[in-house]
Every structure is written in C-alpha cells, then in structure tokens.
Design a protein around this ligand. Sequence first.
Ligand SMILES: Nc1nc2c(c(=O)[nH]1)N[C@H]1C(S)=C(S)[C@@H](COP(=O)(O)O)O[C@H]1N2
Ligand SMILES: [Mo]
Length: 522
Amino acid sequence: MRTEPVPTATSPRPGGPGRRGRGALAGLLACGAALGAAELLAGLIAGQASPLLAVGGAAIDATPEWLKEFAIRTFGERDKLVLLTGIAVVLAALAAAVGLLAVRRPRLGLAGVAACGAVGAAAALSRPGAAPLDALPSAAGALAGAAALTALISATRVKTRPGVTMVGVDRRRFLVTGVLVAAGAVAAGAGGRALARRSDVAASRAAVRIPRPAGAAAPLADGAAVDLPGLSSFYTPNRDFYRVDTALVVPRIAAEDWRLRVHGQVRRELDLDFRQLLARPLIERDITLSCVSNEVVGRYVGTARWVGVPLRELLEDAGVQPGADQLVSRSADGFTVGTPTAAVLDGRDAMLAVAMNGEPLPLTHGFPVRMLVPGLYGYVSATKWLVDLELTGFDDFDPYWVRRGWARQAPVKTMSRIDTPRPLRRLAAGRVAVAGVAWAQHRGIRRVEVRADGGPWRPARLAAEHSTDTWRQWVWPWDATPGRHTLEVRATDGTGATQPEDRAPPFPDGATGWHSVVVTVA
Ligand SMILES: Nc1nc2c(c(=O)[nH]1)N[C@H]1C(S)=C(S)[C@@H](COP(=O)(O)O)O[C@H]1N2
Ligand SMILES: [Mo]
C-alpha cells in the first residue's frame, strides 16, 4: 500500500493528539484481535473455556466474601453480567493504555500485550481440570494482538521523504488496517463461539428418557396446593426456579460423556455412567430447595418434583467407612460441597436427581445429574453438574464456601414469607387474603401466625401438609380498615420451635427474622 504523509492541522506533530488517539484506538483494536484469535482457538480445542471466561471464573473465585455478598444483594441474578461488563471495561482501559505506550515505545507496548496473554494463560491453567493445552488460546491471542498492534502503530508513524519535511499520521493506511483487524477479530470470535457450541448438549438432553420411578411420589393431598392470585404456586415451574451458582458459563456435559466416581473412605470404589445410574431403582419426590443467601424477603427458594437415585443405597454399595463424616461432592467445574454423611444416611430422601418437574434437569440446574438432600441449604447439599463423590472427614477438606467462611453445617432455618399483598400496595378496605409460604425442610411446618400492627398473633390457615420436605402455603383472611398497616408473619416448625424475631444476615449460616409488609388501605 502506498503511504503518503498527510500534513493537516488535526494531526500536526508526531506524538500529538492525533497520534495519541490513534495509539489508544490501535490498542483497542489489537485487544479485539487478541480476543478473537483466542476465542477461535478455544472453540477449536473444544470444551476449553476462553481466556476471557477463565479470567472471569478466576475473578469469581478470588472475590472476597463481603464483595460477593454485596454483589448478590445489589445485582441479584444479574451479578455475572455485571462482572463481565466490569472485566470488559478494565480490559478496554488496559488495551488503550498499551496502545498509547506503543506509540512511543513499541517494545514496551508488545511487552504489555505479552503480559495480558500471560495473565490469560495463567487463569486458564488455574481452572479446575485444566490441561496444558488450555494455554494455547491465550498464546494465540497474544500473537494476534502483537501483530495487529505492530501493523497499526506503524501506520501512525510519521513518514518523511528526502527533502520533504511534512509530518503526520498515515490516516488511510491506519483506517484500512484498522478495518481489517476489526473484521478479522469479529469473524474469528464468532467462529470460535460457533465451534464451542458444536458439541451440542441440548441434543443430548432432548434424547434423555427418564425411566418410570419405582418409588412414585405421594399424590398431592387434597388442599395441599392452594391457587390464589399473588401466592407462589406449590410447584415452582423450572423457568421460574431460582438459580444460584459460581459458574460463569454453564458446564455442558452430554449424558453420554457423564461419569461418576465414588471414592475415598469406602470399601469399594464405584464408577458409573449415566445409563448405569438410570438402571438403578429411581424415586420421585417433592422437595423444596433454598439458598443460604436468601434474605428474609428473598425469592431464592422453590419447590419441584424431582426424580433420582437414592444416595443412601449408592453409598451403601460403596461401603462407607467409619470416620468418613463428610461427603464431598464435586461439580464438573471444580465447585465443591461438603455434606454430613449422617444426613445422607439417616433415611431422608437424599438423591442424585436426574429430572425436575417432569423433564431432564435443565442445563442451568445441573444437567445431567445433581445432588439433593432435603433439609440442608443448597451450598452444603445440592451440587449441580455432579461428577465426583468422595467420602472423607470434616477435618480433612474444606469445600468451596466453607473456605470462604460460611458454616460447615447448614440445616435450613425456619422461614416464612408474605407473598400477597405486595409491599406498599394500596388496598380497598374489607376482606383481604394475606397469603404466603413457609418452609423448614425435613422438620416441617406446624403453624404459621400473622399479626397486624403489632397486635395479637392470629393463626393462618395452612394448606394440607404434603411432606415435611416441602414448603406449606398459608392464607390469613384480614379485615382491612383504612390507614397504613404493618403485617408480620412467623412460622413454627415440626419440632415446635418458632422462627426467631432477631434479624440476622445470611452470612454465615442463613438469615433469620420475621418478614413484614407495609400496606395502605383506603
Ligand atoms: N456446581 C455447582 N453446584 C451448586 C452451586 C454452585 O455454585 N455450583 N451452588 C449451590 C447453591 S449455593 C444453591 S442454593 C443451589 C441452587 O440450585 P439451583 O440453581 O438449581 O436453584 O445449587 C448449589 N449447587
Ligand atoms: Mo445457595
């Protein structure tokens, strides 16, 4: 390409504003080229996460507890989008800085690119189950970034001809190079993502047939499910079921590729595939699952009909050795959970679930296999994308959240919630159905009481008890009089213990306190 110095007022001096702006732009474009090349390589060596997602995953694991709590509280289920946006902003600032540096000191600019590549490679290699090959996308990205940066920076360099003293930026060449780099980056990135989706787990899931459970769920008793506008339905549809996990990208494991290892302090190691798992007698159970991060007002709770393999029978086949008081379960993405072995063996319906509300587990809820132990918060019982069970001791291993200060033992705390009326609602005077749900999995709910304006507690009408492992809906008919009113609810569990009034945050073993709602009656 012919290069022509362009003497103009807007790009007058070497290193002037025109060059600096182009330097920053060159950095951003080179960063795009690097990411595009990295995505392409990540897609080619199928199954490996891109450096960008590896950095994101490492950032999630390294986030201090207070920040994580703040993020969950502030952004809810959008926390991952916020994290990715944050990474993009930091990366863009870094890229612009490298570009600016490269204008004056090209070698230092290239060193900056190499450093970014090294960070990407280190993050990729630090991910659970990483192989040396996982450094490749970062290396390819760094090479592409360096090449793009060199080409773009040389286009910002001043050209002089003998006898000509004009100085300036070679705009045309910069523009053409920039467009080529951007187009290449987008094409490579899109190609990489398409390749990554090639191994389609959705097809595997669609092909799964869950055999009829030998132990069908008890039919729903009359009056166990109340249908009332504003009240949570007894079964939570899968699309509405809360999702809480540390996975930036949902692990994608085809049922055909799934294997489970049961090992550690056992008499006999087990190794089974999905077909062998489904060949075991299945049970079908209605179980309410709740998250320790659920605030008093929270929605991180839901009830589903699950089908799975009784975990106790599996562990009995393996032969648990005395002293193995902790069952450590591992997810395909390296996440770990520690469950008291005693809780799994005490006769409750602990299971390896394969179906949720009549379909194979949704990918986001752990396809193909997840664990469930009624009565325990999710982080100590409900491992999704389960691939490994190890019998060990509580003294021998700290799982993911325990390492971050959460309690080792975390039975669900008794909780109740007013679903309707919604807070700050304006209501008409007269009969109002106050209604909600209460849960104390595996102990059951014996009583729910409601009061208005700190008056006497009144018993709510409870839906029939379906199982102690599920929540109970409740309704309280209230004669609303004009004015502003505070409604409060509290539940008493099957042991007779009443939900305490003291407000405590979720950390370290679950929130406590009464839910209250303020409404205005006209
Ligand atoms: N692999 C994996 N499993 C996991 C988690 C996780 O981060 N990774 N989070 C646990 C937590 S804290 C909860 S509350 C439940 C939530 O399950 P759900 O997303 O299906 O509602 O999953 C548990 N299982
Ligand atoms: Mo959780």
